[in-house]
Design a protein around this ligand. Structure first.
Ligand SMILES: Nc1ncnc2c1ncn2[C@@H]1O[C@H](COP(=O)(O)OP(=O)(O)OP(=O)(O)O)[C@@H](O)[C@H]1O
Ligand SMILES: [Mg+2]
Length: 502
């Protein structure tokens, strides 16, 4: 079995050790300098080494890893020059995933699972609004109530609003305006198609950790073309994937090779307008996920888009050419050059600007885990196709995917939306009753009430007694406990990014 990946050559081969892949990495460079092709070459080699990969295809030029490449003039030139071992045009095993469900296996999660922190990020909530979101989740979590889709979230938010006076005693101030703002935010997410992400069956992260019959790791590709049009949706969903991996995978320490390598393309959007608290949490997950056997690779044009606390955790670095037209850009180039371990007298900043397409300055961790001296290398050509995936091949991959059959059918089981709706029906009836009570004489109203209660009882098959003196609130929670509590069946606890722990 291989112990290393070789991704290119300079004076020496450019080697990444498999047991250092979980020390994370960076692929950076100006537009058109070769980042995507480099990512492809690494993904191919990981797959060959039996390591599954997760990546997001933002521009539609990664999924073509599922088709063999062509030995065109430019590719042949590189092959002749670099002589990569065992090179031949090859297709790699892929699983296409799509949050919108049209270009791959539908990926869904539940509102409960995503949790208040990521949802607040998704909706771009301010602190006050985030507070309300937390209250809504506290109410639901305490009742062990599963919120599945957006209509459930809307229902619980409305419930919190309607019962603000009672809830205020326990949870503090609840403003109707904030609830209104969150509800409007939900509309925007729905318009962007984000609602498709919430539902069941929920995507099981273990499905990413597959190898094919020949032992090659699957390349799991999130088709993110449309998703990336809303960068907040994109970054939140990738964060959900990352935290789901973190929360679900067991602690394993340093393995001979990682269980999965996760590529975060267009990584700069992850840290755009991110509150400090969230940034710290992301840093924490990146640091800790290492010992779960996951390597995280950030792909971005300008490394300074990433916070220092993240950059300092990236052990394996591939830096393609940078351009420097403005003084600010020149400072960036100098700063990037300084991050490499170098021999005296190397003019790295100059080199950085002169690199050709598909060339890079690289530094990988050596077997002892020490950053290697910077090397200038030419990256191998990919064995798979460059450009976009043939739509017919795409269809075929989707149709033949077992996962597609596992997840294609959405299930809409009863959840809080339906339960709360029933509650509001009952409330409406009660209100009606009160008006009628005032209008009619007492005896008649009493009969009517009796009659309606009975009808309601039939409709909902609830065991609520009409003589109960419980407040609506108490009855509501009792009802939820009896119905949903059984479904979850355990205390809900949440992880670093607020997602549900299993
Ligand atoms: N290792 C390589 N082997 C062969 N060709 C390459 C290689 N790297 C880059 N190229 C050529 O350069 C082109 C641009 O590379 P690529 O798409 O990877 O750039 P990029 O940095 O991802 O750009 P962007 O930021 O716009 O996404 C490729 O389409 C390909 O023709
Ligand atoms: Mg690219």
């Amino acid at each position: 079995m291989r112990q290393e990946l070789v991704i290119g050559k300079g004076d020496k081969p450019a080697i990444i050790h498999l047991d250092k892949l979980n020390r994370h990495g960076l692929i950076a460079g100006a537009t058109g300098t070769g980042k995507t092709v480099t990512l492809k070459v690494i993904a191919e080699q990981l797959s060959k080494a039996g390591i599954p990969v997760f990546l997001a295809d933002v521009k539609g030029d990664l999924a073509s890893i599922a088709e063999p490449g062509e030995l065109s003039g430019k590719i042949m030139e590189r092959v002749t020059k670099l002589q990569p071992e065992d090179f031949e045009p090859r297709a790699y095993p892929v699983e296409l995933l799509d949050i919108f469900g049209s270009n791959g296996v539908p990926v869904r999660t539940t509102i409960s699972d995503m949790g208040p922190i990521l949802l607040s990020r998704l909706l771009g909530l301010n602190e006050t609004q985030e507070g309300i979101m937390n209250i809504a989740f506290k109410v639901a979590d305490e009742k062990q109530l599963l919120l599945i889709d957006i209509k459930d979230l809307r229902a619980i938010l409305n419930f919190v609003g309607d019962n603000a006076t009672e809830l205020r005693r326990e949870y503090g101030n609840i403003s109707k305006q904030s609830i209104g703002a969150i509800l409007r935010g939900l509309l925007v997410i729905e318009e962007q198609g984000g609602d498709l992400f919430f539902g069941e069956p929920m995507f099981d992260i273990q499905d990413l950790l597959k190898t094919d019959a020949a032992g090659r790791g699957y390349v799991n590709i999130l088709m993110a073309n449309r998703l990336f049009m809303s960068p907040k949706l994109y970054s939140t969903f990738l964060l959900w994937f990352l935290s789901e991996l973190y929360e679900q995978l067991p602690e394993v320490g340093d393995l001979e090779k990682p269980k999965l390598v996760f590529f975060f393309d267009e990584a700069h959007v992850l840290f755009q307008d991110v509150p400090d608290v969230l940034e710290e949490k992301i840093e924490l997950i990146v640091r800790l996920i290492r010992s779960k056997g996951v390597g995280v690779y950030f792909v971005t044009q300008n490394p300074t888009d990433l916070p220092n606390a993240i950059l300092s955790q990236l052990g394996n670095k591939i830096q393609h050419a940078l351009r420097a037209f403005t003084p600010k850009e020149q400072r960036t180039v100098k700063a990037v050059a300084e991050t490499f371990r170098q021999l005296d007298g190397e003019e790295l900043d100059k080199k950085l600007m002169e690199l050709k397409v598909g060339e890079a300055l690289v530094s990988f961790l050596d077997p002892e885990g020490i950053p290697g001296y910077v090397q200038q290398v030419m990256i191998y050509p990919p064995e798979s196709k460059m450009g976009i995936l043939d739509p017919l091949v795409k269809e075929e991959k989707i149709n033949r995917s077992l996962l597609y059959y596992k997840y294609s059918e959405e299930i809409d089981r009863e959840s809080s939306y339906e339960q709360l709706q029933r509650l509001s029906e009952i409330k409406a009836i009660e209100l009606e009753e009160n008006e009628e009570l005032a209008a009619r004489d007492k005896e008649k109203a009493e009969q009517l009430k009796q009659h309606k209660k009975e009808r309601q009882k039939e409709q909902t098959q609830q065991k609520w007694s009409s003589s109960s003196r419980d407040s609506t609130m108490d009855r509501f929670t009792k009802n939820l406990m009896s119905q949903v509590g059984r479904e979850v069946g355990r205390v809900i606890s949440r992880g670093i990014l607020g997602i549900l722990k299993k």
